[in-house]
Design a protein around this ligand. Structure first.
Ligand SMILES: CC(=O)N[C@H]1[C@@H](OP(=O)(O)OP(=O)(O)OC[C@H]2O[C@@H](n3ccc(=O)[nH]c3=O)[C@H](O)[C@@H]2O)O[C@H](CO)[C@@H](O)[C@@H]1O
Ligand SMILES: C=C(OP(=O)(O)O)C(=O)O
Length: 416
């Protein structure tokens, strides 16, 4: 199994190109199920989750052609309406085939995702919304069986804000009969990116970017061309790395407005940030200052940046409090960061971090995607060698991370 070996302490400088967003690419690939025409997609990132999604969609009969930066999907020949457990267990986002399959073909069988390292993550809101649209749903032997001759528009208020829940219901509603109103909709930029693609395919959606989406169903959607937005979490991860290690790096093909809350916190920590239309430059020369925050839905501080920012706080001058409000078990990185010399205590859903002068390299274990990224940041800043095991978590969501980090001066290599 691959591991990452990091020899820490190298200042980072130069330029990095940010990839397309994982969490936008995954629903957008599923939107290929909604039309028989070609969907032309640019800026799809090279990640394990994208390969898994393409494999799953291929099993359903979606034709996928990749040619340089262009991915072409064709859904004229969908032959299977099932997402099996073997695929769903490796990637929760597989649940995103449910809405499109049901809307276009009137039927779907999708494995229940089950819990994962960061929390129990049920999909009850996806099911509740589809039932409100007239779907008959039953659960048997770990599978969701859904049927509906034609989905009907409905007013749906989800119990909490759910990103993939909003995306699934949006993809169902665009082909439903009549008007659907999604209240309490997620406003994450990735939801907006999906909605913009659907509009380009002929969908009628109002309120894009707000928590109140109004969708008027159409009989069919047509092909379109769309470029996936930049990955704000990859962007934030590189910014935290530079803030923790020191240096001067420009991130290209990304936008600052995608992560305002995290940028504010980085400025509080002492990073100097400048940005243009499609780039962000980060400069860091001093020891970071401790910064407290709580994770919330967009446009608040993203839970997917909590672990990486915590690695920075570990080295900061002062004490910080980090509160996780989205997932009930997203502090798996704490024990591993403490093994590198951090001083973190947990009280309920808050981590109390007393800044230390340095990390000391050690073997550590990646436990989930963003926990892995926090260990990479810690390893880059640490004295000596850090060996990170189980980096398949990292490969799920980062596009050639060690290659990008090496290109700006990090001493990092993939070892067997
Ligand atoms: C592929 C993708 O886009 N993943 C992102 C998505 O995950 P995902 O869409 O799975 O996360 P949700 O927004 O749905 O989850 C938010 C909270 O709602 C709960 N919940 C959700 C749905 C439901 O039916 N019932 C329920 O109880 C979850 O357990 C969680 O506590 O948004 C998360 C929150 O920004 C991010 O961390 C993930 O990176
Ligand atoms: C939790 C994440 O992804 P997923 O929802 O795919 O598990 C993430 O991207 O940090």
């Amino acid at each position: 199994m691959d591991k990452l070996l990091i020899r820490g302490g190298q200042r980072l400088s130069g330029e990095v190109t940010i990839s397309g967003a994982k969490n936008a690419a995954l629903p957008i690939l599923c939107a290929g199920l909604l039309t028989a025409d070609d969907l032309l997609l640019g800026n799809i990132p090279q990640l394990q989750d994208v390969s898994t999604m393409i494999k799953l969609l291929g099993q359903l009969g979606l034709r996928v052609k990749q040619d340089g930066d262009l991915t072409t999907l064709n859904g004229n020949d969908i032959t299977r309406l099932e997402a099996p457990y073997e695929m769903v267990k490796t990637m929760r986002a597989s649940i995103l085939v449910l809405g499109p399959l049901l809307a276009r073909f009137g039927e779907a069988k999708v494995s229940l995702p089950g819990g994962c390292a960061i929390g129990s993550r049920p999909v009850d809101q996806h099911i509740k919304g589809l039932q409100a649209m007239g779907a008959e749903i039953h659960i048997d032997a770990g599978y969701i069986y859904a049927k509906a001759k034609r989905l009907k528009g409905a007013r749906i208020v989800t119990d909490m804000i759910t990103v993939t829940g909003t995306e699934n219901l949006l993809m169902a509603a665009v082909l439903a009969d009549g008007e659907t109103v999604l209240e309490n909709a997620a406003r994450e930029p990735e939801v907006t990116d999906l909605a913009n693609l659907l509009v380009a395919m002929g969908a009628r959606i109002e309120g894009i970017g707000t928590d109140h989406l109004v969708i008027n169903g159409v009989a069919k959607l047509h092909g379109a061309r769309h470029d996936v937005i930049a990955d704000r979490i990859e962007t934030g991860t590189f910014l935290c790395a530079v803030a923790a290690v020191g240096g001067d790096v420009t991130l290209k093909r990304t936008r600052s407005h995608l992560l305002d809350a995290a940028l504010d916190k980085l400025r509080e920590a002492g990073a100097i940030l400048t940005s243009g239309e499609d780039w962000i430059r980060v400069q860091m020369a001093a020891r970071p200052k401790a910064v407290s925050f709580r994770t919330t839905e967009y446009p608040g501080f993203p839970t997917d940046m909590q672990a990486q920012f915590m690695a920075l706080n570990c080295l900061a001058d002062g004490t910080s409090h980090v509160t996780e409000t989205i997932f009930e078990n997203r502090f798996m990185h704490v024990q591993e960061l403490n093994r590198l010399g951090a001083a973190i205590d947990i009280e309920g859903n808050t981590a109390i971090i007393n800044g230390v002068e340095k990390f000391i390299g050690a073997p550590v274990m990646a436990t989930d995607l963003r926990a892995s990224a926090s260990l990479v940041i810690a390893g880059l800043a640490a004295q000596g060698e850090t060996l990170i095991e189980r980096i398949y978590h990292l490969d799920r969501g980062y596009d050639r991370m060690e290659v990008k980090l090496s290109s700006i001066g990090a001493n990092i290599e993939r070892v067997k």
